[in-house]
Structures are given as C-alpha cells and as structure tokens.
Design a protein around this ligand. Structure first.
Ligand code: FES
Length: 374
C-alpha cells in the first residue's frame, strides 16, 4: 500500500464534491459529516467530471444529464449497473488519504482516454455515444483540422452514396395533438403577452381575434410608413400611435415586408394598406421623393413616386431614373396592380428613348464641332 494525502480535511466543504487526480485517474472526493468518500471521478454516462456535480440527499448527481450515484457506495439507486468505482480513503492527521497502489492497479485494468493537456483538457467526451455518434469525429476535426483527412476533407464531404439518401420509408408522420381547441374568429384572445411586447402595441383582451388582427395590421403598416418617412412624416400623422421601441419597429418593418412577399396573403395586404390610406388621407400628402424611394407601404407612395419620376424624365432623363423605374417594375405594387406595372413599363420605355435621343444629340453636336474646326 502506498499512502497518499489528497486533500486537507479543513479545506473540504461538507457535501460539496471536490476534484483530485491520482495515478492518471480523475477522482471525486466528498466529505459528508465526519465521513469521506473517494470515487472514480468520471460519470458512467458520458464521462463528465463528477466533481462538477452536486449532492442531493444520499446521492452524488452528475451536473450534465443528472445520473445519480450513492455517495457511500458509488452505485446508482436508479440503475444498479451504473456505478462509480469506490477507492479506499480515510482521514488521518487532518488529511484525506488514499492508497495510490490500489488506484494504480485499477487504472492498469482501465486505461484512461483523457489527455488533459489537449483540446478541451479535462472536459473531454472522447468517444461519443450511439445517440451522438459524431462527437469523436468533431473532436478530431477541432483538434487536428484537416491534417488527418486531406485538404478536401473526408470523402463523405464529397457526396452521399445513393443508398444512404433518405427514402420514402424513412419519412415519419407524427400525429399532432393540440392542448387546447383552436379559437374561433369571434373569440376574445389574450394577446398582450406575445404580440404586445414584440410589436410594441397594446391589444386588450376585449378585442375579438378579427379586431386584434385588424389593429395589428394597421399598427404594422403605419409603423413602417411613419418610421420610413422619418422627419418628413406629415403633421397629420403626428399623433398616430406607432411602435417606438427598436424591437417593436424592427418587428413591424419585418412583418410588413414578409407580408408583401407572401403571395397567398397579398390581397389581405392590399386591403389593409388601402384601409390605412383612406383613414389617414395618405393620397393627399406631399411626399419628398428622396424619402419614399425605398418605401412601398401604401399605394399612395407608389403613385407619388410614379408621378415624380414621370416629371423628372421629361425635364432631365438620367440613367438613375431609368434604374429606379426598372426597380419599381419588380416591386410589390407592380406585382399586384397591372395598371401600375404598365405605367412603370411605359415610363421605362420612354426613359430609354429619351436617353438614346440625348446620346444621339450629343454625338451630332461633337461631329458638328469637329467639322467646324476643320
Ligand atoms: S455525463 Fe453524466 S449524466 Fe451524462
């Protein structure tokens, strides 16, 4: 026997697991009342350090997935076949001693895979399990990069063999169950918890689902429009309540954008946008063209931009105006309203003709200048 002191008794807290390393074996040391227990310090499940665990009654609990081991024996109460080997330990002269020979003999039969100086040090899971079969591979890549698999990576990165691809039989249909029956449209709904903070809107429980939906739609469209107009927002919209928190504004702007992109819901967007436009007389507002170039919340904005581009082209056609025209041809209102699309298309053709005419005029002017010089 070879006595080895591993801990000072005074330094051990009652029922607080402590770590020790003897003969390349990780140990967990637990003082409980006037007794001490020294067990193998790696969980039988995935090898987590048991000194990072906690004590619950008579059990030492692994901190990772909660496996339990009796403090005094190392045997799991839940499943007796799960154990942490127990080593001889005793208190002498204010210190906890173990028999180093006993531990060395044990490790001879149970070689340890842990390289404490390598990647992840003490906190390694060297093998993985059936349910997480790639852990070992991930560790190898993290540790060695591609140095052990060639610079293109493992061969599986180059393709999946046909017989490994999922087949129809691999699909599973799982029956879903709802904890509560879905509410009908007229039912009052509690929206303040989820929708309220996310969109910075107050929706009372008194609203039916349809009313709540309508209020949210208006809030989303007006938030996108008014924040998009910024300082150029007309005074008639000054008292309108919109989202003011960064999260609320962001959620509203994203929802408005997503809504326009969803083909199946475009009609509902147009209806909501037209309602907002009418309620706030948005067609009567004078918009600054520079501010609305990237907006498309309501039709009035699109029409204001159309009219601006049309007038500008007559005065001074430019490539930028042509580009803007082409961009709007692919945007929401062109997509949902053939008349708007035709209008933009007409302007685009006119812009191309006018620009070409300008180019021809310029080249004639250059030619004439040269002839005069001769
Ligand atoms: S590693 Fe201990 S319970 Fe999973």
């Amino acid at each position: 026997m070879k006595k080895l002191a591993i801990k000072k008794w005074d330094e051990l807290e009652d029922r607080v697991p402590a770590y020790a390393l003897v003969a390349d074996v990780d140990l967990v040391v637990v003082r409980y009342d006037e007794s001490v227990s020294v067990l193998y310090g790696r969980c039988a499940h995935r090898g987590a350090l048991m000194s990072d665990g906690s004590i619950d009654g008579n059990n030492l609990i692994c901190g990772v997935h909660g496996w339990d081991y009796r403090l005094d024996s190392g045997i799991s109460q839940y499943n007796n076949s799960e154990t942490l080997p127990k080593f001889n330990a005793w208190l002498e002269d204010g210190q906890v001693f173990v028999d180093e020979d006993q531990i060395a003999a044990w490790v001879a039969d149970h070689p340890q895979p842990y390289n404490r100086d390598a990647y992840q040090g003490l906190f390694q899971d060297p093998t993985g399990t059936v349910d997480e079969p790639h852990v070992k591979f991930i560790r190898m890549l993290a540790n060695d990069g591609l140095s052990k698999v060639g610079h293109h990576g493992p061969s599986s990165a180059m393709g999946v063999p046909r017989d490994s691809l999922p087949k129809w039989d691999d699909l599973q249909f799982v029956v879903g169950q709802l904890a509560n029956l879905p509410l009908l449209d007229e039912e009052a709904v509690g929206t303040e918890l989820v929708i309220g903070p996310a969109f910075d809107i107050t929706l009372t429980d008194a609203l039916s689902l349809a009313e709540a939906r309508q209020a949210l739609a208006k809030h989303v469209l007006l938030t996108e429009l008014i924040t998009g107009l910024g300082k150029e927002s007309p005074s008639s919209l000054g008292s309108v309540k919109i989202a003011t928190t960064p999260t609320g504004i962001d959620s509203c702007v994203r929802l408005a954008k997503t809504w326009r992109q969803l083909r199946d819901y475009r009609d509902t967007y147009v209806a909501a946008a037209n309602a907002v436009e009418q309620e706030y007389a948005l067609a009567n507002v004078e918009y600054n063209p520079d501010t609305i170039i990237n907006l498309e919340s309501v039709l009035a904005i699109e029409q204001a931009l159309l009219s601006h581009v049309e007038h500008q082209l007559v005065d001074a056609p430019t490539e930028e105006l042509l580009e803007l025209t082409k961009t709007r041809l692919a945007r929401f209102w062109s997509d949902v309203m053939p008349s708007i699309q035709a209008h933009w298309a007409l302007i685009a053709s006119a812009a191309e003709v006018l620009l070409e005419a300008d180019r021809v005029a310029d080249s004639i002017a250059v030619d004439t200048g040269r002839r005069r010089q001769k």
